[in-house]
Design a protein around this ligand. Structure first.
Ligand SMILES: Cc1ncc(COP(=O)(O)O)c(C=O)c1O
Length: 334
């Protein structure tokens, strides 16, 4: 990635992204190698980032007032994306950290037109199972719902867990569009390049309906970096995943030792953990109490009402910083 960017700067090649096909091909190669997912590069459309892609897809798939399903606790901008397009939110919270298919069916039956799915799920770090995703695809087909699958964290599935692309489960391609990027795994978010992927003629029509000039809106450096990451960055990614698994396990032992009142389920993916602080006896937002001890966590409240009493920690850091953070969190409780 660095070499690709440095070369472009040395060449003065700092204009618009000229070609986007190589990015799509690099992603197709990565998807095949990593997940055995055959992606047609012609059915991949670049978008400036996943947020821009999600909003653009929602504009195509909804009319003002339509209901859109999301599953709190959820990455906070999901709420905003739905509001931005004038749709209404139909919140179907996770149950014990999993998709609640019965409640999702009720929401679909109540007239939802789109479901914005998060897989792997930010903030709980869950990877939805093939069975859950197939059941979801079946419901979506029955109730005529389209699924926008935000799969931005897919490269960050940790050793021992398996990522299932939504478009690969039976029926998934007929109802879903996937949004992917190299931006989380390789820390390229500032360079601006995401990808919308379709895998059926029906959903290809949706991707093809994205604004025709959208490919001028991606960052040229984003495209170069994304291509390099997906094509040549898998060894680096594997090292990263080993480090993240180590930090997740360290976080588990630190919590057991220093914060025994905190509940959590070790995440299968991402560098994020969702900590249940409701048993700590803090009578305010736990993030505020931890901030006074010098640890900045995301308040659970940002992830929906069900996030009250929770915080989200980013464990993508050194062992020392992580130990220090948990030590300070413990001191905040004394
Ligand atoms: C689930 C999820 N979707 C989207 C984004 C934002 O991605 P982008 O910068 O491509 O809009 C993030 C960033 O953390 C995320 O966690």
């Amino acid at each position: 990635v660095s070499a690709a960017l440095a070369q472009a700067v040395a060449d003065g090649d700092t204009g618009y992204a000229s070609q986007t096909r190589p990015v799509a091909e690099a992603f197709a190669g990565f998807a095949d190698q990593r997940w055995g997912w055959t992606v047609d590069p012609a059915a991949v459309a670049p978008v400036a980032d996943v947020a821009v892609g999600a909003i653009a897809l929602l504009r195509i798939l909804t009319r003002p007032g339509d209901a859109v399903v999301i599953n709190p606790p959820i990455y906070p901008p999901f709420f905003e994306w739905v509001r931005t397009v004038g749709a209404s939110l139909l919140e179907v919270p996770l149950t014990d950290g999993r998709l609640d298919l019965a409640e999702i069916e009720a929401a679909y039956a109540a007239g939802a037109s789109v479901h914005v799915l998060c897989n792997p799920h930010n903030p709980v770090g869950r990877v939805h199972t093939p069975e859950e995703l197939a059941a979801l695809a079946d419901l979506a087909a029955r109730y005529d719902v389209r699924v926008v699958a935000d799969e931005i964290h897919a490269p960050l599935v940790l050793p021992g867990a398996t990522f299932t692309p939504f478009l690969t489960v039976p029926g998934g391609a007929e109802v879903g569009v996937s949004l992917v990027a190299a931006s989380k795994a390789w820390n390229l978010a500032g360079l601006k390049c995401g990808l919308a992927v379709a895998a059926s003629a029906r959903m290809r029509a949706v991707v093809d309906a994205l604004p025709a000039d959208a490919h001028w809106h991606i960052g040229h450096f984003g495209a170069l970096a994304t291509e390099a990451a997906f094509r040549d960055g898998t060894g680096w990614l594997d090292d990263l995943l080993a480090s993240l698994a180590d930090r997740r396990d360290l976080l588990g032992s630190l919590i057991a030792d220093r914060l025994p009142g905190v509940g959590w389920t070790p995440p299968a993916a991402t560098y994020l953990a969702w900590l249940d602080c409701r048993g700590l006896g803090l009578d305010e937002d736990p993030a505020a109490a931890f901030l006074r001890a010098g640890v900045a966590l995301e308040s659970g409240l940002r992830f929906g009402r069900v996030g009250e009493g929770f915080v989200r920690i980013n464990f993508g850091t050194s062992r020392d910083v992580l130990s220090e953070a948990v030590g300070r969190m413990a001191s905040a409780l004394r």
